[in-house]
Design a protein around this ligand. Structure first.
Ligand code: 2NL
Length: 366
């Protein structure tokens, strides 16, 4: 015992203070409350009871109580510091500083974003520029300018999502809608800048379709347009075959089939040899050996008339493709909803080696 107070009850308390340096974290917290707690700490109670003692005793006893309070405070404070840092510099309050830190998940591009960027880059590499435009459009830009007849079924409420808002003053067209393709941006481009035009337009488009394995109410589209004097179907084929060889592989076989769109004439669909089975037939290509990747054609003269371009002087070609669909075909993804769910178990399969090096996909997503 290091403190002799001359009062047996206080000597007992002094003994408890002596033991403080050997207490662990939990014991220390309890002992601090037991000794110095504001309501029922023993030393607090002793101090409070001084008033009821005779004056003589109050002086000597009170001085000792005070000494003990100061001592207890100092010893408890010292032990607290000691417990925070041990000799090795490791925190011992339930934390181990030598434990490796959690690696930060830095994120990665969504597979559809990557496909869009790749496609756009291929066209930028051969002189196309990129344009974007509004997702809420008028029926004139979305349908009329593109040579849809007024009674075309695509304009039906069952297919197109209309916006319940008054027409925009000064804007061509009446009803507002969520664009069903990115073509309105091409019309806006032609109206704003005369040919020559070489442009690609990526963006989201909307249809009144519920989610199922092959449909989504909002999905991506990329359209391209080339307008100049003397442009022919040869330019269309050469450019789109170049695209297929850059995007899939330099030896990928390509074929064109006749098709129909209101805004092109003639029109075609382009197929590429199935990327997954190389033509022998698999579930991704439904056993045909071919994957349909885009629609295309020579711009219809009526579209030029609506866009302020002289169809006697200029010709052009255009294409449209769906990056969600192309992502599914490229990676053999059986259900489009996987591209919308945000399920890390699915998405982390598309993180490339470079991203994994600095990001550690899947190790830590908190
Ligand atoms: C498809 C087919 C296509 C176009 C889009 C276009 C735009 C203008 C004029 C003429 Cl301004 N054509 N775009 C042409 C052919 C096909 O898309 O299946 N898309 C997913």
């Amino acid at each position: 015992m290091t403190v002799r107070t001359g009062f047996p009850d206080l000597d007992q308390i002094a003994e408890r203070i002596d033991k403080v340096p050997s207490l662990d974290q939990k014991q220390l917290e309890a002992e601090e409350i037991a000794l110095l707690g504001r309501k029922s700490g023993v030393l607090t109670l002793k101090a409070k009871s001084l008033g009821s003692l005779p004056l003589e005793q109050r002086k000597s006893y009170g001085a000792k109580v005070n000494e003990l309070k100061v001592l207890a405070d100092a010893v408890i404070g010292g032990r607290k510091k000691e417990l925070q840092v041990s000799v090795s510099g490791v925190l011992v309050r339930g934390e181990d500083l030598t434990m490796p830190g959690r690696r930060q998940w830095i994120g990665a591009e969504h597979p559809v974003t990557r496909v869009v960027d790749e496609i756009v880059d291929i066209f930028r590499g051969i002189g196309f520029t990129v344009a974007v435009g509004p997702e809420v459009e008028t029926d004139w830009f979305n349908f009329t300018a593109l040579n849809f007849p007024a009674d075309h079924p695509a304009m039906d409420m069952h297919d197109t999502l209309y916006v319940d808002a008054p027409p925009v003053p000064g804007e061509r067209g009446g009803r507002l809608l969520l664009r069903t393709h990115t073509s309105p941006v091409q019309i806006r481009t032609l109206l704003e800048s005369p040919p020559p035009v070489r442009v690609v337009i990526p963006g989201l488009v909307y249809r009144n379709d519920p989610f199922d394995p092959s449909h989504a109410p909002a999905f991506s589209q990329i359209e391209g347009l080339a307008v100049d004097e003397g442009i022919s179907f040869v330019d269309l084929k050469a450019t789109l075959v170049h695209f297929a060889h850059r995007f899939f592989s330099p030896t990928t076989k390509v074929r064109f089939r006749p098709s129909f769109f209101p805004f092109t004439e003639p029109s075609a669909e382009m197929d590429v040899e199935c990327h997954l089975c190389h033509g022998s037939g698999c579930p991704a290509c439904k056993g045909t050996g071919w994957m349909e990747i885009l629609g295309c054609g020579m711009v219809h003269p009526a579209v030029f008339e609506h866009s302020g371009v002289d169809p006697e002087r200029y010709t052009g070609w255009a294409f449209g493709m769906g990056p969600h669909r192309i992502t599914m075909l490229r990676y053999g993804i059986p259900d489009i909803r996987l591209l919308y769910d945000g399920d890390m178990r699915f998405l982390e399969q598309f993180v490339t080696a470079g991203q994994r090096g600095s990001g550690a996909a899947g190790q830590n997503t908190r």
